[in-house]
Design a protein around this ligand. Sequence first.
Ligand code: UT7
Length: 314
Amino acid sequence: MTASRIVALGHYQPPKVLTNDDLAKLVDTDDEWIRSRVGIRTRHIAVDETLVDLAAEAAQKALAASGRQAHEVDLVVVATCTAVERSPNTAAAVAARLGITAPAAYDINTVCSGFSYALATADHALRAGAATRALVIGAERMSDTIDWTDRSTCVIFGDGAGAAVVEAVPDEQAGIGPVVWGSEPAKGDAVVITGWDPTISQQGQAVFRWATTRIAPLARETCLKAGLDPSELRGFVAHQANLRIIDAIAGKLGAAPDAVIARDVVDSGNTSAASIPLALSKLVERGELRSGDPVLLFGFGGGLAYAGQVVRCP
Ligand code: UT7
């Protein structure tokens, strides 16, 4: 039997940083409101960088860290809700940029839970023998969807990308646990990105209530499905939507007091499908999570879709 594991990670954020004080010059807001309600201090905003630039930078770093060559990749999956091009899709454009010659290449849009969906589909393809080495990327230019006069959304989102190289391995080296996924489509209008010049709007309080009540039991179920009690986790990387949501879920999860809880939302804002690989890659790069550490990833948001799995750090 074959399983899969993450062998390397990479991330990229555009250099331009917007602070809360910068935003207070655009709309009626202030640093205190943003920090106390959402927990964000800064977010990175793409200026000249396209979505493909962001995704390709993160993917290139992950590939370099893996020690593999582009021609050894046979699957590219990009999770994004901000693709401008319909064809070629983002995955094909990234593959062309990196010199990956003949991969299966597709995009997935499940908004903020996209990376966990992409990782699950890559894991399933590798387990089925349909591929041997995958690049799984979460990338967003959320700034394309922002109405810069709307204070309820423009303070929240940011741009960036994170990527993982995932390889087929023998069962005993498995590093990606079973996915728990689903959605509540009847509540789909709680997060909307629509129009030719797409603009994001959300029912913030409704999503907040849903996330803080529905996600923790699903996160626990994900650990148990992986054969782990939540207290055995070394880390928890939730979708980085709001510090209060992350801490509420972490509090109910039952992780050990010394488990590492990702709080990258503080520096990066909400980068939708990019937020989980971005936060995970930074924690591994900083040595806060080590090789083999079990970490719960859990994405949730637009849809209202969710997905999560326990992974072993590369
Ligand atoms: O990733 C996609 C999934 N989305 C989420 O997970 C988002 C979940 N929801 C949230 O994170 C929070 O609901 C928000 C951060 C979006 C909003 O925080 P909140 O504590 O729920 O605020 P609210 O929407 O209830 O607004 C409270 C007040 C309102 O004023 P009034 O009506 O009480 O006078 C808003 O107009 O805060 C006002 N407000 C602001 N004030 C200063 C809204 N945005 C701002 C702002 N600065 N930027």
